[in-house]
Design a protein around this ligand. Structure first.
Ligand SMILES: CCCCCCCC/C=C\CCCCCCCC(=O)N[C@@H](COP(=O)(O)O)[C@H](O)/C=C/CCCCCCCCCCCCC
Length: 218
């Protein structure tokens, strides 16, 4: 049963996770990597609580999160404080394979791009949840959001596996319960507050990557 494996004091609360994403933004509109990664970590925890069918997704996300954490903890960690400083540092030092895979298969810019594309999925999914009614299915909302975003970057086999995993999502009432935010009205209000900031984080990153022609890093 979703969420049942968590004890009371480690119970997931979506509000806290979305707050973490909101705290990504610095005063001069840079995107802090520590908070960005912490936000994904929280979401992965939520996804894990939904069942082992999602473990191939969480494995990939955890791997990418870990790559970013390693950069932050490494000797050049200060350059990885924000997405903006990372892009400048890696481009200045020639640490990104921009057109074809080569010496830097796990650059920060490439790794963050994968999470950035997933953030667009999250934005679309949360917007669907926010405007949904009791009769709407989470699996349909999730796969529509996926098809409009991440799917275009995934090969057939991943799209197929993702589609099968979405079918295992709990229905909207259970899903709202596991989010642990309160009544459905409170969930909707919370999503209404959180979404503009998540969209801003997405858009700032999208514009930065677009300016530097980094949106297609292989
Ligand atoms: C109330 C809302 C709560 C929403 C909770 C959402 C929880 C989601 C948590 C984590 C999402 C995972 C993010 C996945 C990142 C995927 C990055 C990616 O595209 N990786 C592929 C490409 O990587 P490279 O090979 O180029 O290095 C990789 O091939 C992907 C493999 C795994 C499959 C990814 C499927 C993504 C589906 C995302 C939807 C998650 C649905 C969860 C439903 C709660």
């Amino acid at each position: 049963m979703a969420g049942a494996v968590m004890s009371e004091d480690q119970k997931f609360c979506l509000r806290e996770v979305l707050d973490t994403f909101q705290s990504c933004l610095t005063e001069n509109k840079e995107v802090r990597i520590d908070q960005y990664v912490a936000g994904w970590r929280g979401l992965v925890r939520f996804m894990n609580s939904l069942g082992s069918v999602f473990s191939f997704i969480s494995k990939d996300a955890v791997n990418k999160i870990q790559i970013m954490v390693n950069y932050r903890n490494g000797e050049n960690g200060e350059h990885y404080a924000t997405v903006q400083s990372m892009v400048k540092y890696e481009l200045d030092k020639g640490l990104v394979d921009i057109t074809k895979r080569g010496s830097f298969p796990e650059s920060g810019c490439r790794t963050l791009l994968r999470l950035h594309r997933a953030l667009r999925w999250l934005e679309l999914f949360l917007e669907r949840l926010r405007t949904s009614t009791e009769v709407d299915k989470t699996s349909v909302m999730c796969s529509e959001a996926y098809n409009e975003s991440l799917a275009q970057f995934h090969p057939w086999i991943i799209r197929k596996a993702a589609g099968m995993a979405f079918c295992a999502l709990p229905g909207r009432p259970t899903f709202f319960e596991v989010m642990n935010v309160g009544t459905p009205e409170q969930v909707v209000a919370m999503l209404g507050d959180a979404l503009p900031l998540i969209s801003e984080v997405y858009q700032l990153t999208q514009d930065l990557y677009s300016q530097h022609n980094l949106l297609d890093i292989p």
